[in-house]
Design a protein around this ligand. Structure first.
Ligand SMILES: *Cc1c(COP(=O)(O)O)cnc(C)c1O
Length: 411
């Protein structure tokens, strides 16, 4: 008899975006002529840039000839990509990462979801709230999150990011074994300053805390003073794992490629506290056992984002999305709505007016303006009273959505 992992039964039944789709479909069924614009789901809309497409075509041709065909690749990813990462993503910021510290993967969701295997199920962990649901759900699956009581997991330390604290989470007043941070943040679109990030690194050094730092949106940072990598902070190599992805940076949500940095100095403790073990070796062992690499074609595609043409083309698409963010910010603020984020991230975090809750405002906007947003409460208890809008749409759709919201709110 196979017994199930009963922790799965604790997961909340419905996935946020499935709930949204259900409500949108209900609207469409009663309003068949309505043209609904989605600024809800966090997926990109613009095609891959020409340099990437060219590299992928060439990689396909490599696979077609005996001399250049590739089978299984190196476990941590091809050296051509890991060297390009070191040289382009870290060295210019004064950060020295060795290629052996980089693990190329099929996107950041897999590794942010799987990394918890390296540490015991009974570690404590904390998340900023609201947050990308993967961090919590992956911990629920192994029992680390405890049980759900009134919308909160019993073993999770929530660090609220609210208007009151200007979306700067307070450092816990007690020790927590593992902390997830995501900056620029999904869903709030807010960023962390160098000084604030330094506080976290120092907290982790003092408390022997492991920081899991998700930098999937670092390419959207506009302000030169905002750190792109946690390793820009002294001491971070001892305490932090960083996740990066080409998904939002270069439109790879369908291609699949990202990477994780596990520094050699990063260790965790044995149960009796007598010995420390390097997580880099453990993650290599884990990946060699359970992962057989990202496709050669995807890795060549990722490499192409670092060529001069690739960089310029990727930048142009990011600028396009950030142009959307700017026009959305201005339009919504002009209507008297309170808007956060959208300056260094492709997300806008909008306060629901008139005391409506997240789902109420979601429905009001769907029925009033035929625009879909994401209810903030879907990202955690502190998301209540907000909705998330993404800047990943087509420019024309963004403009039309803003026009409709303006018309609707002036009624
Ligand atoms: C989109 C996103 C990712 C990237 O996911 P991929 O698996 O790389 O496509 C990672 N973290 C956050 C917070 C995201 O929003």
């Amino acid at each position: 008899m196979a017994l199930i992992n009963e922790h799965y039964l604790k997961l909340t039944k419905n996935y946020l975006f499935a709930d949204i789709a259900k409500k949108v479909n209900a609207f469409k069924a009663t309003h068949p002529k309505a043209d609904v614009i989605s600024l809800g789901i966090g997926d990109v809309t613009q095609p891959l840039c020409p340099a990437v497409i060219e590299a992928m075509h060439k990689a396909v041709d490599d696979m077609a000839a005996k001399e250049t065909f590739r089978g299984y690749g190196p476990e941590q990813g091809y050296m051509f990509l890991r060297e390009a990462i070191v040289k382009n993503d870290f060295l210019p910021r004064g950060v020295h990462i060795d290629p052996s510290e980089i693990f190329v993967n099929d996107g950041a969701k897999s590794d942010t979801g799987n990394i918890g295997e390296l540490v015991r199920w009974d570690n404590s962990f904390g998340v900023t709230d609201p947050i990308y649901p993967v961090y919590i759900d992956s911990n629920v699956m192994c029992g680390r999150a405890g049980t759900l009581v009134g919308g909160r997991w019993s073993n999770v330390t929530y660090m609220p990011c609210t208007e009151e604290n200007n979306f700067v989470p307070q450092i816990p007043d007690r020790r927590v074994d593992i902390i997830y941070l995501c900056y620029p943040n999904n869903p709030t679109g807010t960023v962390i300053s160098r000084d604030e990030l330094r506080k976290w690194v120092n907290y982790a050094l003092r408390n022997d805390t492991l920081i899991l730092y998700d930098a999937a949106y670092e390419a959207y940072i506009q302000d030169p003073d905002i750190p792109h990598s946690i390793y820009e902070i002294k001491g971070a190599r001892k305490v932090a794992i960083e996740f990066r992805s080409y998904s939002k940076t270069a439109g790879f949500t369908g291609v699949r490629c990202g990477y994780t940095v596990v520094p050699k100095e990063l260790t965790a403790c044995s149960m009796d506290g007598s010995e420390r073990y390097p997580l880099n070796e453990m993650w290599l062992r884990r990946q060699s056992t359970k992962f057989n690499g990202t496709s050669y074609i995807s890795q060549r595609a990722a490499e192409a984002t670092y060529t001069p043409e690739g960089k310029a083309q990727v930048r142009a698409v990011i600028d396009y999305y950030m142009g959307n963010a700017r026009l959305m910010r201005e339009a919504l603020a002009g209507l008297g709505l309170k808007v956060y984020g959208g300056e260094n991230a492709p997300y806008l975090w909008v306060k629901t007016p008139g005391g409506a809750d997240s789902w109420q405002f979601f429905e009001q906007m769907l029925y009033g303006a035929q625009v879909v947003c994401t209810p903030g409460v879907g990202f955690g208890p502190s998301g209540e009273g907000f909705v998330r809008l993404t800047a990943f749409g087509d420019r024309d759709d963004c403009l039309e959505a803003m026009r409709r919201i303006s018309e609707w709110t002036s009624k």
